[in-house]
Design a protein around this ligand. Structure first.
Ligand code: PDD
Length: 279
């Protein structure tokens, strides 16, 4: 079964997929993207991902080349061609190729790239034991609600986490928690699920919304509001949520155990609800 590439209307083996060196995604990071999980051959929450892609593209004035129905058909076709029951679809939409000049080209011709790769389930040991995280200053720009290709601060923070033996870096801006380098952050505090409120400083995660919906169904009280670094450090439990990690407990933060150093009941309960949903 092959990894699949798609470039501007053509499906081909991933190794053969190419874009121009003058593509503005390559030159400037001038574009947006999405990552969608495939479970049992079906894309998970495709509509939600596509509508966020459309919002991101509109926010940076990149023309969207496909209608919602066309997007869905293309994603379905890519998954079918790959044959992977469990995989991830990556979509990247850029302002297209043009001679390098900061201003927009007069008539932009967007580049649409899609890839489908196999993806094994999240490591069950990480789920059972939890992962470590570290906090780092959020050095990103002021529109982190846009899923932009500009990921340099995320890349550098994730690498710093790795070199410190941590799985994820959690960004903190002006004393407030924003999100992880590629995940949203949730806390359990005295039975209440706390997560930073949506705004310009974090991505409206599809998994975040899914987990909040599951928590509501479970009758777990929740608050979406500003979360301070102090609250993060004093949490009864801490977990990360995102497309590639689902729901992952954090059992050590900045070298100290989170509460008793074991995954908390909220994360365990919600992760098993989530597994049932996608299983
Ligand atoms: N990232 N916050 C950031 C900064 C992210 O990059 C992501 C996902 C999330 C979680 O969003 P969602 O639940 O919609 O995946 C939050 C993807 C997976 C990535 O960049 O690979």
């Amino acid at each position: 079964m092959p990894n699949i590439g798609y470039v501007n209307g053509r499906f081909l083996p991933l190794e053969e997929a190419r874009v121009s060196v003058e593509d503005r995604g390559f030159q400037f990071g001038d574009g947006v993207y999405e990552v969608i999980r495939v479970y049992g051959g079906k894309p998970f929450r495709l509509k939600e991902h596509l509508s966020r892609l459309e919002r991101s593209a509109q926010a940076i004035a990149v023309p969207v080349p496909l209608s919602p129905g066309e997007w869905e058909a293309k994603v379905d076709e890519a998954i079918r061609l790959s044959g992977f029951p469990d995989g991830k679809v990556y979509i990247q939409l850029t302002r297209g190729a043009a001679p390098r000049d900061h201003q927009f080209p007069a008539s932009p011709d967007p580049t649409l790239v899609m890839t489908v790769r196999e993806m094994p389930p999240v490591d069950s040991r990480m789920m059972a034991e939890g992962v470590t995280a570290m906090t780092l200053p959020d050095l990103r720009w002021g529109r982190c609600d846009i899923k932009s290709l500009n990921l340099l601060p995320n890349v550098l923070a994730k690498q710093q986490a790795k070199e410190s033996g941590a799985f994820e870096a959690i960004f903190v801006r002006d004393g407030l928690v924003t999100e992880g380098t590629s995940s949203n952050v949730m806390l359990g505090c005295e039975g209440v699920l706390l997560t930073p409120a949506l705004g310009d400083n974090l991505l409206a995660g599809v998994t975040r919304q899914e987990v909040l919906d599951l928590a509501r169904e479970e009758g777990i009280p929740m608050e979406e509001r500003s979360v301070t670094l102090g609250e993060l450090k004093a949490a009864d439990e801490l977990f990360l949520v995102g497309t590639t990690i689902e729901i992952l407990p954090v059992t050590q933060l900045d070298g100290k155990p989170v509460a008793d150093g074991k995954p908390g009941p909220m994360a365990i309960g919600l992760a098993s609800r989530f597994k049932a949903l996608v299983g």
